[in-house]
Design a protein around this ligand. Structure first.
Ligand SMILES: Cc1cc2nc3c(=O)[nH]c(=O)nc-3n(C[C@H](O)[C@H](O)[C@H](O)COP(=O)(O)OP(=O)(O)OC[C@H]3O[C@@H](n4cnc5c(N)ncnc54)[C@H](O)[C@@H]3O)c2cc1C
Length: 459
């Protein structure tokens, strides 16, 4: 049992904040981004620095507590928070330091992508991230990292140079190509299974202003657009990224009145080639079918990164299903069009994120990410503000996924999964699973870090 006496030694040296159930800030502190998750930890240790992280890990282990690691709190399955245990919350450790000469970026383990984008943009640099800037650097990176720059720069893990990690036994280590290379291999896709990453060192790219944004077409054109998009994105030069989406147009500015609440299909583009060529290279795309809405144009990178933040504030109900896809067969396109037309709420959506281009230049065994030969990571997300609609949005996502799963590559991107059990995790890591399990045994033999898409230590 935790009580004043057991917590006292931790309190005496802790620099951050220790939040207990009786504290006024407890209910806010235990909330995560997905409002479907409602967990009540015994203690939240909001760490101020690495020393706090070491103290919290030792405290959790010595008191036999279930421990979860919280970065940005975005995880679909709510894996940043746990019931009845200790949350090691890194949100205060959100510093970012850019080295413009070396083109590297050091980010604290609890930084958000908005922190990184803000800091790097001043130097005309960018690190490949996700498409919502309120997402945590920690969870997104450790799962792989897909976004607007995947085809140009690879996954986020392909741009990771080094990490500092607090291990389950409280030791602090650095992992990179030279030091602890097995740990460095494992954390690039293996999630928070191996320790708490207190800082990430990334390679940054000279990206400042892109030609980017959404193009939308009526649902009636969805089959034609998908057929065209399938051909385009499998062959396009790497300077083009574009993810396909089914969506409902939000009822407000900047969207024109006549499109409000209309279900549509679209592609969110990000072209990083020379701006002077952009209009010309987009001409054939616009000519193929004139978009009903065309917001594609020059845009500073952080503005693109945060373009959808306001549509998806924290506190909505989310249900996720996902798969990797190698080939988009005609029959699969027909099913996409059928289920896409049945979007159950304004916020619900389906995205096909390209994971080819630069990301596919890396071997399947070079990192735990086992689907380098896939072309897309597909995700069906039922989203709504009202918990009364949970059944409706979850059923839509499950039905959509069930219909398309036979056309998928087998596993799914770990960061797009809810709690789906061991078989699904094995399918996701494929041939890399056994190596991950051996490294897990070396660095976390008791499975202390198990509130995650869990890799069991090898026997
Ligand atoms: C609106 C939204 C949009 C998204 N868009 C994208 C996208 O475009 N691309 C993409 O790739 N993903 C995307 N995701 C998925 C996202 O990558 C995952 O939800 C990820 O887990 C979020 O990381 P976090 O740090 O915010 O999460 P948290 O809930 O804080 O943490 C999730 C898990 O990550 C681990 N973890 C986090 N930080 C650390 C750390 N410092 N050390 C060790 N372990 C840690 C822990 O195991 C924890 O359980 C999106 C999610 C949401 C909700």
């Amino acid at each position: 049992m935790l009580n004043e006496t057991t917590i006292a030694p931790l309190k005496s040296s802790f620099r951050g904040e220790l939040i207990e159930q009786r504290d006024a800030s407890y209910d806010m502190a235990r909330k995560v981004y997905n409002a479907m998750i409602d967990r009540r930890p015994r203690l939240i240790a909001r760490c101020g620095d690495v020393a706090d992280v070491i103290a919290a890990v030792n405290f959790g282990r010595e008191n036999n507590l279930v421990v979860s690691i919280r970065g940005g709190g975005h995880n679909a399955a709510g894996l940043g928070v746990c019931d009845d245990g200790l949350v090691i919350d890194l949100s205060r450790m959100n510093y970012v330091r850019v080295d413009p000469k070396k083109r590297t970026v050091l980010a604290g383990g609890g930084a958000l992508w908005s922190d990184v984008d803000h800091a790097t943009h001043a130097f005309g640099l960018a690190v490949p991230a996700g498409i919502i800037s309120t997402t945590g650097v920690g969870g997104l990176t450790l799962g792989g990292g897909i976004g607007h720059l995947t085809r140009q720069c690879g996954l986020t893990i392909d741009n990771l140079l080094s990490v500092d990690v607090v291990l389950a036994d409280g030791r602090f280590v650095t992992a990179n190509a030279k030091d602890n290379p097995d740990l460095f291999w494992a954390i690039r896709g293996g999630g928070g299974n191996f320790g708490i990453v207190t800082s990430f060192l990334f390679k940054a790219h000279p990206i400042h202003t892109n030609y980017a944004g959404p193009m939308l077409w009526p649902m009636e054109d969805a089959a034609d657009i998908l057929h065209w998009y399938r051909g385009f994105i499998t062959k396009a030069p790497n300077v083009f990224n574009g993810f396909f989406a089914f969506l409902t147009v939000p009822p407000g500015p900047p969207f024109p009145d006549h499109l409000h609440n209309k279900k549509m299909c679209g592609i969110v583009w990000c072209y990083t080639g020379p701006l002077k060529n952009a209009e010309r290279v987009f001409n054939p795309i616009r000519k193929f079918k004139k978009p009903a809405l065309d917001f594609v144009g020059p845009i500073p990178h952080p503005a693109l990164q945060s373009m959808f933040d306001a549509i998806y504030p924290p506190g909505l109900q989310w249900y996720w299903k996902a798969d990797f896809v190698r080939e988009l067969k005609d029959a699969a396109i027909a099913l996409h069009v059928k289920h896409g037309a049945m979007l159950p709420s304004m916020h619900s959506t389906m995205h096909l994120y390209p994971v080819n281009g630069k990301a596919s230049a890396v071997k399947n065994t070079a990192t735990p990410w086992s689907y380098r030969d896939a072309v897309w990571a597909a995700v069906m997300v039922g989203v709504d503000p009202d918990p009364a609609n949970n059944e409706k949005i979850s059923k839509w996502a499950k039905d959509y996924w069930t219909a398309l799963h036979p056309y998928s590559a087998g596993g799914a991107y770990v960061n797009f999964m809810m709690d789906e059990g061991e078989d699904r995790i094995r399918a996701t890591y494929g041939k890399n699973y056994d190596r991950l399990a051996r490294i897990k045994k070396r660095y976390d033999p008791t499975n202390f870090f198990r509130v995650n898409q869990n890799i069991k230590p090898a026997k």
